[in-house]
Design a protein. Structure first.
Length: 115
């Protein structure tokens, strides 16, 4: 799954919708695909590193695409939304320091997965 359109700073469109099993209440992680990581002892691939960029929830589901919104988006009063899910970038300085501020911005092609 990936970002296919950036509507604004907090709203994005992903390439899956109701026909792919996306349903109201789903939560998502937007991430930057990183390098493949190998176990130093076994040399076995552990997979690709996923560097978190944002956490999102559903705004609107269509058949083949879904609009998602950052849990860090401001509400109508200009205050940031209170959410049970907080951004890993704001709570984990080790992850936040992996990406420069420019690279934390969500862009077309970023990976997305349900959490």
């Amino acid at each position: 799954m990936k970002i296919v359109k950036v509507i604004d700073e907090y709203n994005y469109v992903i390439d899956q919708g109701s026909i792919n099993g996306i349903k109201s209440g789903d939560k998502f992680l937007v991430y930057l695909p990183g390098d493949e990581v190998f176990d130093p002892d076994t040399k076995k691939s552990l997979g690709r590193l996923e560097i978190p960029k944002d956490r999102c929830e559903i705004v609107h589901i269509q058949e083949n695409m879904t609009i998602i919104k950052s849990v860090n988006a401001k509400n109508e009063t200009g205050l940031f939304q209170a959410s049970a899910i907080t951004s890993i970038l704001s709570t984990d300085s080790s992850i936040g320091s992996i990406l420069s501020k420019d690279k934390r911005k969500v862009v077309i092609g970023d990976g997305v997965k349900k959490i």
